[in-house]
Write a protein that binds this ligand. Sequence first.
Ligand code: PLP
Length: 421
Amino acid sequence: MSSNFFGPDFQALQGQDPEIAAILISELDRQRQNLQLIASENFTSSAVLAALGSTLSNKYAEGYPGKRYYGGCEEVDKAEVIGVARAKELFGAEHANLQPHSGASANVAVYQAFAKPGDTVLAMSLPHGGHLTHGSKVNFSGKWFNVESYGVRQADELIDYGELLETAKRVRPKMICSGATAYPRLIDFKRIREICDEVGAIMWVDAAHFIGLVAGKAIPSPVPYADVVSFTTHKVLRGPRGGMILSKAAHAAAIDKAIFPGMQGGPIMSAVAAKAVALKECQQSSYQAYAKQVIENAKALASALESEGMRAVSGGTDTHLALIDIRGTGMNGKVADERCGRSGITLNKNAIPFDPESPAVASGIRVGTPAVTTQGMGVEQMPIIGNLIARAIRDGEDEGKCAQIRSEVHALTAKFPVYPG
Ligand SMILES: *Cc1c(COP(=O)(O)O)cnc(C)c1O
């Protein structure tokens, strides 16, 4: 355990607030020792963490570069200008906004830019993998908008574009959202564009999960087709926790106004600078190799779990995540999640399409490979991980067996050190 990873300022924190300093150390240990298989998590670089932990955090910069409401923005302006230019270049986008505090905040801005309360929006159904901001009744989206949904076909668990078109013609949405939190397959953005054009809807892609794969040129990009693409910067993209929006030039003013003054005050300039750092990392060929490896690993992990008697929803994956129907093990998602947690394997329970269980119990788990791939694991490690997961689910009730699995997990992660030094 090396406390010097945090740099010289960490000593000041330790002196002043040992309670919080100890948590930073034990969380670093947790991240290093356990297997991190949450599909939406990653290990960001030390360079990104340095920008995040910088004095840019002190600066108020309401507005946009050159048009701020406060003085003293010359330096932070440069960081935002560089970040916006990098985003436009990396994604071939006409406009980029780096200020959203999170993926959910970016989505609030998209609704605000293109719809009025009460308007109809069409998005992926939550039980089939959509996000809370795609119309959940407990979320602003479901409270303030009339969100209709489309889903996957029962037969092959793929998006039913025919049903999507029929629903779009019936409900005439202002906007159609594609993108999800638990859909392992590629989305046909050309097809979605055609459907949007047929009904005169704005094409919104919530690319939070897979944008990093697009950045690494490992999967096709929605940017040429979409009016607007919102996403998080901390998932496969491996940047700081935060959000971003890309759009066509025609929508630039609407997006910028929706973020500020529409729904945010001052941007978190340390995070904006950290996004710029992450975007530069994404331009490197090593990142492109990483993005391809993430997908290879996810495919290998899905097939490893299949050989352990579980079923990959839709038969596999084209992305960084797999949704696994674990009913073959006799366990439900809730039990599997708890048992894996006790065994040092961090993943999440997840509903599968047409799940007979409630979302709190669920029949599946979701696994993702962004973090283990950043650690340097490859396809050779995936059968080992698949076996550890299967044993944790089967035997995780027994504390002795749990401890054995935990020690094997720690032996594996020790070979792939996170934040070494
Ligand atoms: C993760 C995610 C979000 C939300 O991101 P936060 O930063 O947690 O607010 C939104 N949409 C989708 C599809 C996501 O996967």
